[in-house]
Write a protein that binds this ligand. Structure first.
Ligand SMILES: [Zn+2]
Length: 415
């Protein structure tokens, strides 16, 4: 669970905000976490036996029995334990269907979830009132920073569920998705391994634009090598090898995630200021083949993740995002429509005389698809008036984020 908002049905947007506590969790609350975990794991077992996964089915099945076993627990918490168990069971069922062998699921982490009617948060003082059982409540004092104030003070946001962990809590803030604004300009972006490359159109002026994130590829490569080394060194001990690799994976994920958020923020800031629609290629269904040979290539998830971040942040800020099928976008000439099937270098060249950076050319095609489908309102794009010699830099890793030390040696080949 991280602090990224998730898009929920009926156009409610939810953002989970992490708060740390001013003091240690009171012991009553610690017992509650343990009790909750026990209830979740019991419900998981009961659900598996009876082959049910929905919260209401679990409720029917086990509530009475559980009420007897967990006499100390507030009944609302018991119901949300069923909900957590339901989601554990659902993902277990998904894994079974996929054929990934897996053991009976078990929640190890100490946690509990309370629905919004099962706790009180004083948004001024940042104090949570959490009921444990009849007549017993604990108060959790949250550490509130300026970042947190933004959410606490915004009364357009309602409170969703509360997740309590041993050292922190996550409060879900919810709002109805705002309508996207009518764009006055467009920012079309082609997503690549190391950068977003594109074109920005405002009125009659079009300019090339770039947001670079070369470090993502470097981090991926470095962690890939580390994992390979661990596997080699610990070949005799598969359990240790697996644990170390998993830890490497988490670290890689965090480091890349951090950088992707920075890139997304700069894109969104730009789009918000210029009231731009953001045009992206639709990466759905874009499956990379799995083979030994491809293992050496970089994995695809950072690009998809970047889109995800841009999309939900844009929705939160009511910036319109237009998704386009990227088919042939990298090999079509935007002026004459000819297609190129042979391999090309970094530049796209056409018989008609048009030549352009390959990635920027792709973004122009994305933009033209949007315009031809009438998705961009009155926006136009004239390749003839395109000032591609001036590059606008949206994001620069040197000034934008902590840079990756000594990581430039293992640079991966660019396709
Ligand atoms: Zn052409």
């Amino acid at each position: 669970m991280d602090n990224t908002p998730v898009i929920v049905k009926d156009e409610m947007l939810v953002k989970g905000v992490v708060f740390y506590l001013e003091s240690d969790l009171p012991s009553e609350a610690k017992f509650l976490l343990e009790d909750f975990r026990l209830a979740v794991n019991n419900a998981v077992r009961a659900g598996l036996q009876a082959r049910v996964t929905s919260r209401s089915a679990l409720n029917k099945l086990a509530y009475k029995d559980f009420r007897r076993k967990h006499t100390r627990m507030y009944s609302q918490h018991l119901v949300s334990a069923f909900e957590v168990a339901g989601s554990v069971l659902k993902s277990h069922r998904r894994r079974v269907r996929k054929g990934v062998a897996c053991r009976i699921p078990y929640v190890k982490r100490l946690m509990m979830k309370a629905e919004n009617q099962a706790y009180k948060l004083d948004r001024k003082s940042g104090v949570i009132d959490l009921p444990i059982r009849a007549g017993c409540h604990v108060e959790l004092k949250l550490v509130v920073s300026q970042y947190h104030r933004k959410y606490l003070d915004d009364m357009a946001l309602s409170l969703g569920s509360l997740t309590v962990l041993p050292d922190r809590v996550i409060v879900a803030f919810r709002k109805v998705a705002p309508k996207p604004f009518v764009p006055e300009s467009a920012l079309s972006l082609d997503t690549n391994e190391r950068s977003l490359d594109g074109v920005f159109v405002e009125g009659d002026v079009a300019r090339a634009i770039k947001a670079e994130f070369p470090e993502v590829a470097i981090i991926q490569q470095r962690h890939h090598e580390r994992r390979k080394r661990i596997q080699r060194k610990k070949a005799h001990d598969r359990r240790t090898s697996r644990n170390l690799c998993r830890r490497e994976g988490w670290r890689e994920h965090h480091r890349i995630d951090y950088r992707l958020h920075q890139v997304a923020n700069s894109v969104l800031k730009f789009a918000e200021e210029r009231r731009s629609a953001i045009v992206l290629e639709d990466l759905k269904g874009f499956k990379s083949k799995r083979s030994k040979e491809l293992n050496r290539r970089l994995s695809f998830w950072p690009r998809r993740k970047l889109h995800q971040i841009i999309e939900y942040k844009a929705q939160w800020k009511s910036i319109p995002v237009l998704k386009v099928n990227p088919k042939n976008s990298s090999r079509t000439c935007p002026t004459c429509g000819r297609m190129r099937y042979s391999r090309m270098g970094t530049e796209f060249k056409c018989e008609c005389g048009w030549h352009m950076d390959r990635h920027i050319n792709a973004s122009i095609n994305l933009l033209q698809t949007v315009i031809s489908k009438g998705m961009a309102g009155g926006l136009r794009f004239d390749p003839g008036a395109f000032q591609h010699d001036v590059m606008m830099i949206l994001y620069d890793p040197v000034t934008g984020a902590r840079s990756e030390l000594n990581g430039t040696s293992g640079v991966v080949g660019v396709t």
